[in-house]
Design a protein around this ligand. Sequence first.
Ligand code: 2AM
Length: 175
Amino acid sequence: MAEESRRLFVALWPGPALADRLHDLAGEAHRDCGGRRMRRETLHLTLAFIGAVPADRLPELLALLGQLRAPRFQVQLNSLGYWPHNHIVWAGCAEPPPALLQLAADIRRQTAAIGLPASGPAFVPHMTLLRKATATCTPPVAEPVVWDVVEWVLVESCLTPHGADYHRVAGWALD
Ligand code: 2AM
């Protein structure tokens, strides 16, 4: 029988008030760029996409991630971008805080060390707002969204006919 696996990634997840603000920003982008808005409850910023993890390795992964220590930081989402290769419109920051880059690098190094490397290209902090965007020109952000990040989470992605559903598996506070 095939071994059970779980599709996992590590992310920053906004609280409800911030998700409202980001959903509004997605609405502003949608007017110019078209496509499909991410559902409010699915908005997040991925730090590392690990992908299929054998279920029996989850305790090891949780223990490893739980050992990481990192300071709180602030992310200013102040620009929009478009990637032609996957047709997404995303919110990003002109100057990513070093603590954000360090946290993503630490997570990636640690998971790789136990044979669960992040997949995909080098880390570019971004929050996907629109998928299947039809216009490539993104508008300026009228009012940056300021995010005081206090925790990071491990999330399971469950693929469904209407898109991915995300379930929080665990979370860790920043210092
Ligand atoms: P995206 O928003 O740019 O598509 C869950 O799928 C999250 O992991 C999304 O934020 C997605 O980024 C990110 N991700 C990174 N690499 C991925 C991959 N190889 N497959 C699916 N999602 C990936």
